[in-house]
Design a protein around this ligand. Structure first.
Ligand code: ADP
Ligand code: MG
Ligand code: ZN
Length: 611
């Protein structure tokens, strides 16, 4: 729809004009040809037998003349002539008396008051709907939000199978989660089977996992598989509207669900309403607590056999109120974790189905290069690759597109036209080769996949990409330490060659410190502290924030230990580079000229030099 936005008053103005015109037209039709005359004149006409027909209504006498039947004349005035009937008979005119009908007061109210209101309401509603459509509502909503009439209703969206359209086959990996949900699908399809045995389906299941792992997708797929209505509401929607509406929305949502059972109620981002209640506090969060209480009450009031399944999703399960997790509420927890190597490969393939890809694309290699990526990021990589192909006017997506897309998603876009001085470029070349060379000389590190000194929008001036040969779930102490050594390689090369240091290593320093800290405080990989947990992760799925749980004294010792570990790693990196200075020069020069080299090229030069 591309109608220009017209101000509301224009609509009202045009309605007014229409009404006025109508009025005018109608009165013309009915009244225009009437003419008021005196009673005398009427009597003269009557006696002269010029009158054809007479109508008497209250004090008004309306009559037509014989020679001009269309032209009505009328006489008004309070004259109850007692001889009128006699005179009329004498003149042999047709006459009739009209008794005005008492208009029903209800009808008149309806016509004069309610009708216009109704018309305006209808028009307003139409406008409102149109507005909604304009704002990108995809028209799948039909369970509320319709106009002014139900402002207070929860805007629960009702998806029906055909429209949700997601199936389990759209969700790659996540086999355990799918299996747990399959049981629910079966229950929704066939509640009787469970009732017969007396088995109770859990009322609610909580999908927990990091952002972008497919929790929302899974919930939709359950509805799609079961072919039942899908009421979805996001926790944040509860809080957004008017104060005091949250609880009403919950009530309304469940009322709708009860009517449509079997169905699924899906509460996304439940942590926004389900946060732990913090006893009191001034002003507090009364609104949210009321909403939460209402939710708990509704869940308790539910008969589990009715075929309503309540799903919820969150990425901060630790912040949920314990009452929500009690038996009979969200007592089943379904983890939706980041995909492993196989999962990543499958997700890439699922999304690659929607784009035209060239033959023999190595999805396994892409999956290996994207350890730690979520489903949403992988979907994004496929899309980025397709965009790159379009940009190049190619009809299929190639392996190089995928490689470039991985870098784009991980490191940001290439910053074309960024001006970098030749000296800076040289420093970056040595820095990156420093990382790569150190990694190559160590035993427990992942092979180098690619080195580049093309700047990225993320601010990185270059980077070295390492790709594990296979997925590993455990990190040995040696691997951890050698990772730190590799991170130190960049700075070490700068020191060795330029005898000065730059800011280019800030990210390396951060990462090295994070690993060292984790090894000491959480993984028990230091001799001093051994297997003592000194830190806890406070948010499992989000930013991996940690909080210390030891005395200040110990904390100081931890800092000491971290510094020592990094110092040791840094010295080791420096020693390696010193020993292989020739190769460092050679490779840095090569990278400086090429700007991007692959792991294979890197290894070839390295082994030539060694031979
Ligand atoms: P969450 O709700 O866990 O934050 P979503 O379900 O919204 O994540 O996922 C976002 C998008 O990422 C999905 O629409 C889908 O395109 C993609 N995605 C995530 N996980 C998967 C998966 N396991 N299989 C296929 N696509 C996935
Ligand atoms: Mg989600
Ligand atoms: Zn670096």
């Amino acid at each position: 729809m591309n109608k220009k936005k017209r101000p509301l008053y224009l609509y009202y103005l045009s309605i007014m004009i229409v009404i006025l015109l109508l009025n005018r037209f109608l009165s013309d039709l009915l009244l225009s040809r009437q003419e008021e005359v005196t009673y005398n004149e009427f009597q003269t006409a009557l006696i002269g037998k010029k009158i054809d027909e007479v109508q008497v209504e209250n004090e008004v006498i309306t009559y037509t003349l014989k020679q001009d039947e269309k032209h009505k004349q009328y006489v008004t005035g309070n004259m109850q002539d007692p001889n009128l009937t006699e005179q009329l008979n004498e003149a042999e005119v047709k006459y009739s008396r009209i008794y005005p009908q008492e208009i029903n007061p209800f009808v008149s109210l309806l016509v004069t008051f309610l009708l216009p209101v109704l018309i305006f309401w209808g028009l307003g509603n139409l406008l409102f709907k149109r507005l909604q459509k304009k704002m990108g509502n995809d028209g799948m909503t039909f369970g509320g939000g319709g106009g002014f009439g139900n402002f207070g209703k929860a805007n629960a969206q009702v998806y029906v199978e055909a429209q949700s359209g997601k199936r389990f086959s759209d969700v790659a990996g996540q086999d355990e989660a799918k299996e747990a949900l399959l049981e629910m699908v079966d229950f929704l399809k066939n509640p009787k089977k469970y009732e017969k045995i007396g088995a109770q389906m859990p009322k609610g299941a909580l999908l927990v996992g990091p952002p972008g792992t497919g929790k929302t997708l899974l919930a939709k797929a359950v509805a799609g598989e079961a072919g039942v209505p899908f009421f979805s509401i996001s926790g944040s929607e509860f809080v957004e509207m008017f104060v005091g509406r949250g609880a009403a929305r919950v009530r309304d949502l469940f009322k709708q669900a009860r009517e449509k059972a079997p169905c699924i109620v899906f509460i996304d981002e439940i942590d926004t309403i389900g946060k732990k209640r913090d006893g009191g506090g001034i002003g507090g969060n009364d609104e949210r607590e009321q909403t939460l209480n209402q939710l708990l009450a509704e869940m308790d009031g539910f008969d589990g056999s009715k075929g309503v399944v309540i799903l919820a999703a969150t990425n901060r399960p630790e912040s949920l109120d314990a009452a929500l997790l009690r038996p009979g509420r969200f007592d089943r927890r379904i983890p939706v974790e980041l995909p492993d190597l196989k999962g990543r490969e499958e997700i890439l393939k699922v999304h690659a189905k929607n784009v035209k890809v060239g033959t023999n694309i190595d999805f396994n290699a892409i999956a290996r290069a994207t350890a730690g990526a979520s489903g949403a990021e992988l979907a994004n990589i496929v899309n980025e690759a397709a965009l790159l192909a379009v940009k190049d006017n190619r009809s299929v997506v190639s392996q190089t597109d995928f490689d470039e897309a991985v870098e784009t998603v991980i490191a940001g876009y290439q910053r074309k036209g960024a001006v970098i001085s030749t000296r800076e470029k040289l420093i970056v070349s040595y820095h990156e080769i420093g990382h790569a060379l150190v990694a190559a000389k160590l035993k427990n590190t992942a092979p180098v996949h690619k080195i580049t000194i093309i700047p990225r929008t993320s601010g990185a001036l270059g980077y070295t990409m390492q790709v594990e040969e296979q997925e590993s779930n455990l990190m040995t102490k040696d691997e951890g330490f050698e990772k730190i050594v590799t991170f130190c390689g960049g700075r070490a090369a700068e020191e060795l060659i330029f005898h000065s240091i730059t800011s280019g290593a800030s990210n390396d320093i951060e990462q090295a410190t994070r690993i060292a800290r984790a090894m000491i405080t959480r993984l028990g990989m230091s001799e001093e502290f051994g297997m003592v947990a000194l830190e806890t992760v406070s948010n499992q799925y989000l930013s991996q924030d940690t909080s210390l749980m030891c005395s200040d004294d110990t904390a100081a010792k931890v800092d000491d230990a971290v510094m020592r570990m990094i110092k040791e790693a840094h010295e080791k990196a420096r020693a390696i580079l010193e020993e292989n200075k020739d190769q460092l020069h050679e490779l840095a020069k090569y990278l400086y000229e090429r700007e991007t080299i692959t792991g294979d090229e890197f290894m070839k030069i390295l082994s030539q030099k060694e031979a």
